[in-house]
Design a binder for this molecule. Structure first.
Ligand code: 5GP
Length: 194
């Protein structure tokens, strides 16, 4: 997705050889025009998949998930990373280890909002080692729903998550795939067009 790649090149900050900071348009300040284009692109890629629900994780997955949901006409559920006073009963939970934060969170979703009839699209901002996506897949499984695909805004293709998920036979669509972060420079993976 060219608009997204241009934005990463212009405003992304390479913090190290493994971490990209995109606080100015995705992780802190949000660019609504870009986010709308991201939502339309995900909707295009998953429009034939009969999606009934979008599942994401707070907080940075919510904006792209919401924009996708508007186009696909579905609702969005976001997994919470912290315990909530009001979210106490009938919880679906999974443990997610974060390499960037070096901590494990128990993520949770109420089972009122995903059920066995749902065809779920998982959306997240980044794909690195795949732990967040695996946690969300576990929640879909606990709800006896079907995980139809995973939409990722930025995939760091040099980390193992993409392979791990695709090897499970899941349709994974990333809007920008980064091959390398080196010496402050972002190198994108060539897109193969058929
Ligand atoms: P994973 O679970 O795939 O290892 O990591 C995905 C999660 O970690 C994302 O939800 C995102 O919040 C965070 N993350 C991983 N790598 C990066 C990165 O390079 N930059 C930013 N901003 N977040 C990242």
């Amino acid at each position: 997705m060219d608009l997204l790649k241009q934005k990463i090149e212009k405003d992304g900050v390479v913090l190290s050889d493994s971490v990209l900071k995109v606080d100015s348009f995705l992780n802190h300040q949000i660019d609504p025009v870009l986010m709308q284009a991201i939502g339309e692109e995900f909707a295009k890629r998953f429009k034939e998949d009969g999606i009934t629900k979008i599942l994401t994780i707070e907080s940075s997955g919510i904006a792209p998930a919401l924009m996708t949901a508007i186009t696909l006409g579905t609702k969005v559920v976001f997994a919470r990373k912290r315990k909530s006073l009001t979210l106490v009963n009938d919880l679906l939970t999974a443990k997610v280890y974060s390499f960037t934060k070096n901590e494990t969170n128990e993520i949770s979703v109420s089972n009122n909002f995903i059920n066995e009839n749902d065809r779920v699209l998982i959306i997240d901002d980044f794909l690195a080692n795949g732990q967040a996506a695996l946690g969300l897949l576990e929640i879909v499984e606990q709800a006896n729903a079907k995980a139809v695909g995973i939409g990722i805004v930025i995939e760091k293709a040099f980390q193992e998550g993409g392979k791990l998920l695709r090897d499970k036979g899941i349709k994974v669509e990333s809007l920008a795939q980064i091959e390398l972060l080196e010496n402050g420079v972002v190198t994108f993976k060539e897109e193969v067009t058929v």
